[in-house]
Design a protein around this ligand. Structure first.
Ligand SMILES: Nc1ncnc2c1ncn2[C@@H]1O[C@H](COP(=O)(O)OP(=O)(O)OP(=O)(O)O)[C@@H](O)[C@H]1O
Ligand SMILES: [Mg+2]
Length: 245
C-alpha cells in the first residue's frame, strides 16, 4: 500500500460469473487512497466487471468488496463514489448542461458545480447542445462531467479517454493527477499503454486474473523493457508460459 491509510478498495477472493462463465476468479487486491490506479488488460479480461463490482452494480458469486470501509453498493457510498461506465450514460434528449445539472442535483450540488464540471471536460462551448447531437468523444466527456460533478472520494472511470484527441487526453490526465493530489482516489481503465505512465499503481489483468500489481517504474525494471507496451506484453507472455507448465 503506497500510503499509510486504510485502502480505498479492498477485494478478497472475489468470484463473478457472467453469462454462465467465470469473469473474475478468486480476485484479491487493495487499492491505495489518493492514488491513480490504472487497470489494464486485453479486451474481455474483466476490467468492466471489476469496476462494476466496486461500484456495487455487479452480482457477486462469492468474496467481499469493501469500498471506503463499507460493503460495495452500500447506500452510504452513493455520494462518495463516482462512476463513469464504458458506454456513456447520458440522456440524448437533454442538453449537456441539463444532464450534468441532473446528476448534480441527485448529489445535492447546484448549477455552479455543474458548470465547473462541464468546464473541466472542455465542453463549455457546447454546454447547450443536445446530447443526441454530440460526437463520440464529446459524449464521453459529457458522461465524465456527470461522474465528476459530485466531487466523489473515489472515481471509477471505465476507459474515459477513448475517442479523445491527444491534446484532450493530456489535459484530462492532468486533471486526474490534480484530483489525486487533493486526495481523490481514481481507478481508471485503459487500453492505451502510454497512459499507464500517468498512474501511480498498475493492475494488469488477464482472463479474470490479476497478473501484476505494480508501478510503471517497477514494471520496466522487472521486464527490462523501456516501452510500457512491451513490458505489458512481456508480463502477459510470462503468465501464459506459467499457466502452460
Ligand atoms: N452482459 C454480459 N453478459 C454475459 N457475459 C458478459 C457480459 N458482459 C461481459 N461479459 C463477459 O464477461 C467477461 C469480462 O468482460 P468485461 O466487460 O469485464 O471485460 P473488459 O476487460 O472490460 O473488456 P473491454 O476491454 O472489451 O471493455 C468477458 O468474457 C465477457 O464476454
Ligand atoms: Mg470494459
Amino acid at each position: 500500500m503506497a500510503r499509510g491509510h486504510a485502502p480505498a478498495v479492498s477485494i478478497e477472493h472475489l468470484r463473478v460469473i457472467r453469462g454462465k462463465r467465470p469473469a473474475l476468479h478468486d480476485f484479491s487486491v487493495q487499492i491505495a487512497q489518493g492514488t491513480i490506479t490504472g487497470l489494464l488488460g486485453p479486451s474481455g479480461c474483466g476490467k468492466t466487471t471489476l469496476m462494476r463490482s466496486i461500484v456495487g452494480s455487479q452480482i457477486l458469486k462469492s468474496g467481499t468488496v469493501t469500498v471506503l470501509g463499507r460493503p460495495a453498493g452500500s447506500p452510504a457510498l452513493r455520494r462518495r463514489v463516482g462512476y463513469m461506465p464504458q458506454d456513456p450514460t447520458i440522456y440524448n434528449d437533454l442538453r449537456i448542461v441539463d444532464n450534468v445539472r441532473y446528476f448534480a442535483s441527485l448529489y445535492g450540488f447546484d448549477s455552479r458545480a455543474a458548470d465547473a464540471a462541464i468546464d473541466r471536460v472542455g465542453l463549455t462551448d457546447h454546454r447547450t447542445a443536445f446530447s443526441g447531437n454530440l460526437s463520440g468523444g464529446q459524449r464521453t466527456r459529457a458522461s465524465l462531467a456527470c461522474a465528476l460533478v459530485c466531487q466523489p472520494e473515489l472515481l471509477v472511470l471505465d476507459e474515459p479517454t477513448v475517442g479523445l484527441d491527444p491534446v484532450l487526453r493530456v489535459d484530462l490526465w492532468e486533471q486526474f493527477t490534480e484530483l489525486a493530489r487533493t486526495g481523490t482516489t481514481l481507478l481508471v481503465s485503459s487500453h492505451v499503454m502510454d497512459e499507464a505512465d500517468h498512474c501511480g499503481d498498475l493492475l494488469l489483468m488477464r482472463e479474470g486474473h490479476l497478473v501484476a500489481h505494480t508501478t510503471p517504474t517497477r514494471l520496466r525494471e522487472d521486464t527490462g523493457c523501456t516501452s510500457l507496451e512491451d513490458a505489458f506484453l512481456s508480463i502477459i507472455n510470462r503468465s501464459t508460459k506459467q499457466k502452460a507448465v
